[in-house]
Design a protein around this ligand. Sequence first.
Ligand SMILES: [Zn+2]
Length: 264
Amino acid sequence: MKKLVIALLLSLALAVSASAQEVPAQKSDRLFQVALLQSLMQGEYDGVVTVGELKQYGDTGIGTFQAVNGEMIVLDGTVYRAVWDGSVEVAPDDETVPFANVTFFDADIKAGNVNADSMSELKSILNSVVRKHGRNQFYMAKITGLMPSILVRSELKQEEPYKLLNDALKTDQREFTYSDIRGTVVALYCPDYMEGLNTAGWHLHFISEDRQKGGHVLDLAVKDGTLELDIISEFAMIVPNRESFNGKGLSINMKEAIQQVEGN
Ligand SMILES: [Zn+2]
């Protein structure tokens, strides 16, 4: 399969101000994206890279699998899959990936004692960090600790012919609520200008500490969590060169449909 790699380098010098809670950026790293959220939304569910290949581009991130067979959480170099019943397995290297974002994680910023009663409260905490360090950078965040409550979802594997993602989720989304569960949220922030390729703002996935439960986060509370944040100034993307992908109009505005799917 021929693959087109688009590398967009944002040569933005990071000005990470020194404070007690921060460690200096170790290196300028890159966010790697497989295809577009907009192509996934339009039913482009066939894989573009394998899990084995994806791991060469990052050790931390989020995404989904061939035929939307579960929510992806990449943490410490392991690619996990939260399947339709909320349980988690390690994805095999030959499984394929139609959409994902990964990076090699460096904790440029660390903070403790993160408390939030809701997803919107957590996002406003994260957004205050983003405003301080540059709203037009990419960020990968890890929030680890006790979640007094969390609502996550996964979905049933899709069959061909593939439906649009928001139509598929209307019937095939499954939601799970957990109380007092320890684990890690892996969250991606994309700046506003990514609206045509992904979604602006935060997208959160969760995996429990025992790696048994997980999914796409719809709501949560965090108690005394630890926040680690990677500031990322480079972006690279790979798209499939195949008829189904090339036949799709990807410039249409899908903001509303994406917000439905994200649960915003
Ligand atoms: Zn998700």
